[in-house]
Write a protein that binds this ligand. Structure first.
Ligand SMILES: Cc1cc2nc3c(=O)[nH]c(=O)nc-3n(C[C@H](O)[C@H](O)[C@H](O)COP(=O)(O)O)c2cc1C
Length: 315
């Protein structure tokens, strides 16, 4: 598959215009390195890592691949600044920032010669990111796994809106688990895609086997966007989700929801595999996933489906 001239490939130095999303408890050195080796952008998700653990993952990634990997920094975490320092010290030159103000670190990162991508959920934030000087915007729709914007814009509407609001390249995120959806993202104006949910169920992801199996068994109505009074997050339905929903129905306050969430829920669910009490972040596309391939095979499948989709369009 040839993506010669694609702006995302050129700017990120990759073969295919696909970003393996940064994901708490899922995207460590193994997943990022396997992604880089397979020709896409591999990303270490710093969100669940203290700076010293991030350093370990970045060192390990270097032993697994000679290709560059990127780091995802959710800006609402208090360690963001230290994580950036650690990543710079380890030679990282591609940063994906999310969940915060793009003005906070973009100029600094640009002054260090870095490429900066910022995740947005509406066209207003996309414009703000462009004005802050980022190189590309990742527009993440309502379907996506993990934390989500409050506007609930689906990728189908969000991508064209963002595309017409800014001049820099747009990368589509949210709901992409098949090659046909990559083709659709291009039709909507994206120059590349960021994929999370599909990569959770791969061999190299550090998600617990129970979580991966739960994805294989999921259905079209297995996820819901919850905790809107705190930070909206799309969850796989389980016992913990039911408790969140009933507290929300009773009119629970943000403080009460925070207390219910407590500490360590996401780790408990996604890394330790507690399918009842853990928080399981996943996107709507989970029900399209029916195997747990290696990253390399996963990308082959995506590209084959993309190719077939383009051929079908020609006929
Ligand atoms: C398990 C999980 C954890 C995530 N953690 C993060 C994170 O730490 N930082 C971030 O910017 N986005 C995070 N996301 C969102 C992804 O980076 C990506 O934008 C999203 O998964 C794309 O949509 P998709 O899940 O439909 O592919 C997470 C998504 C999932 C599924």
């Amino acid at each position: 598959m040839n993506f010669d001239g694609n702006r995302v490939c050129e700017l990120l130095g990759i073969r295919y215009p696909i970003i393996q999303a940064g994901m708490v408890w899922v995207s460590g050195a193994k997943l990022a390195a396997a992604s880089a080796e397979a020709g896409i952008l591999g990303v270490v998700g710093a969100g669940s890592m203290k700076p010293d653990l991030l350093a370990q993952h970045l060192q390990k990634a270097k032993t697994l691949t000679s290709k560059q990997v990127a780091v995802n920094i959710p800006l609402f975490y208090k360690d963001a600044s230290q994580q950036i320092e650690v990543a710079l010290r380890h030679g990282i030159r591609i940063f994906i920032t999310s969940a915060g103000n793009p003005n906070t670190f973009t100029s600094f990162l640009k002054s260090k010669g870095c490429t900066v991508l910022h995740v947005v959920s509406n066209p207003k934030f996309a414009l703000k990111a462009e004005e802050a000087g980022v190189d590309m915007v990742i527009a993440e729709g309502f379907e996506a796994g993990g934390h989500n914007g409050v506007d609930e814009l689906t990728s189908f509407c969000l991508i064209p809106e963002v595309k017409q609001a800014i001049k820099i390249p747009v990368i589509a995120a949210g709901g992409v688990a098949r090659g046909s959806q990559i083709a659709a993202a291009f039709c909507l104006g994206a120059s590349g895609v960021q994929i999370g949910t599909r990569f959770v169920a791969t061999v190299e992801s550090s998600a617990h086997e129970n979580f991966k199996q739960a994805i294989l068994e999921s259905s079209y109505n297995s996820t819901e966007l919850c905790l809107k009074k705190l930070t909206p997050v799309r969850l796989l339905k389980n016992k913990f989700y039911e408790r969140v929903v009933s507290l929300e129905k009773e009119g629970g306050t943000a403080e009460e929801l925070k207390a219910l969430l407590g500490k360590g829920r996401a780790k408990l669910g996604m890394l330790e595999g507690d399918l009842e009490e853990g928080e399981l972040e996943i996107g709507q596309a989970c029900s399209l996933i029916r195997n747990i391939p290696t990253v390399s095979d996963c990308i082959k499948e995506l590209l084959e489906d993309y190719k077939q989709c383009l051929e079908a369009l020609r006929n």
